[in-house]
Design a protein. Structure first.
Length: 143
């Protein structure tokens, strides 16, 4: 896997959810086996049942996990750790991306993007598996 750092972009503060699995349907476009939520303020990655919305598990992370992207097989989630602030006021910016095993519901690794800071806005190339992430404090491109 390779990773590219993209030039900075404005931060968007929203809760991110995605449905995991492989069974399509009109209300579950990517499946119905699970729901993943990034709790920025609570510093958790949370797993829910998509039918009952009952929380099944939670993983505590470093300050302000920010966004996520799934691997093409939905086996892994990549979660940038932004830091303890917000855009323009981030005194301790993060520089890591947590790698989450979706089935096991645990962090299995970390990608360190230092010297770049405040990663967010992550995307993945479905064919090659290259990760793309914006780091708003540095506004640099790396490959």
């Amino acid at each position: 896997m390779s990773i590219r750092i993209l030039p900075g972009a404005a931060a968007i503060t929203i809760s991110c959810m995605a449905v995991l699995g492989a069974e399509p349907g009109p209300n579950y476009p990517t499946g119905k086996s699970g729901l993943l939520l990034i709790d920025k303020l609570g510093a958790h990655i949370r797993f829910f049942d998509p039918s009952t919305y009952k929380e099944l598990a939670g993983i505590e992370t470093a300050a302000n996990p920010h966004d996520f992207v799934l691997s093409p097989d939905h086996g892994l989630a990549y979660v940038p750790i932004y830091g303890d602030g917000v855009y323009g006021r981030n005194p301790h910016p993060g520089h890591e991306i947590d790698i989450v095993d979706v089935a096991a519901r645990k962090i299995v690794g970390t990608i360190d993007v230092a010297p770049y800071r405040a990663p967010h806005g992550i995307q993945i190339d479905p064919g090659g598996g290259t990760l793309y992430v914006a780091c708003d404090l540095d506004r640099k491109r790396a490959g």
